[in-house]
Design a protein around this ligand. Structure first.
Ligand SMILES: Nc1ncnc2c1ncn2[C@@H]1O[C@H](COP(=O)(O)OP(=O)(O)OP(=O)(O)O)[C@@H](O)[C@H]1O
Ligand SMILES: O=C(O)C1=C[C@@H](O)[C@@H](O)[C@H](O)C1
Ligand SMILES: [Mg+2]
Length: 179
């Protein structure tokens, strides 16, 4: 069983936090909560519109308030947005009440998955590859430092990644119980 009240997915855009998270939550019998989607529902505006009206700083404030609220709950699988780990208070809240999984993915795979994406304002510029590499250089070590478990989702379908991550978690949580 999960040693923490919640399961949390962190990692870069396109790693599959939302897609794998939704399937994994079903298998584990957890409530699935996607931070970006819930934030959009509550705000009544899509993420790019929030960035446009309030800037990234406004979006981050809303994201932090949501994370603080969500992490008071339990039995949830929380799929975070790719930049949620940048804020120290967010990291503390996620670590305090979450078993944190870092979903890893290569920039090449991100580019494939997000080639036609229009919903991620940080990728709106002309050179997506340089942008993703820059973000990976800054955020990669932060995801890694926060994670209780690293999972490489590169090249896996959502179904296979879900299956394998589920198995890794069961194994890990059983070992934690036995210790
Ligand atoms: N393992 C996978 N195999 C194939 N396609 C995938 C896989 N994971 C995600 N995708 C596709 O990549 C896109 C982005 O995935 P998803 O929204 O799950 O990423 P995310 O980690 O939640 O990103 P963000 O940080 O922006 O919320 C979606 O179109 C999704 O269908
Ligand atoms: O990587 C990021 O900073 C972001 C990722 C998305 O999940 C959204 O939270 C938003 O587009 C910002
Ligand atoms: Mg997502």
């Amino acid at each position: 069983m999960n040693p923490a009240p919640n399961l949390v997915l962190v990692g870069p855009m396109g790693a599959g936090k939302t897609s794998i998270g939704r399937q994994l939550a079903k298998r584990l019998g957890l409530a699935f909560v996607d931070c970006d989607q819930l934030l959009e529902e509550r705000t009544g505006a899509a993420v790019p519109v929030i960035f446009e009206c309030e800037g990234e700083a406004g979006f981050r404030q809303r994201e932090s308030a949501l994370i603080a609220e969500l992490m008071q709950g339990r039995d949830q699988l929380v799929a975070t947005g790719g930049g949620a780990v940048l804020d120290e208070a967010n990291r503390r809240a996620l670590a305090a009440r979450g078993f944190v999984v870092h979903l890893q993915v290569s920039v090449a795979q991100q580019l494939e998955r997000l080639a036609r994406d229009r919903s991620r304002p940080l990728l709106a510029g002309p050179d997506k590859q340089a942008r993703l590499e820059g973000l990976a250089a800054v955020r990669g070590p932060i995801y890694a430092a926060l994670a209780d478990l690293e999972f490489d989702a590169d090249g896996l379908t959502v179904a296979t990644a879900t299956e394998r991550l589920h198995a890794r978690l069961q194994e890990r949580w059983q070992r934690t119980e036995a210790a």
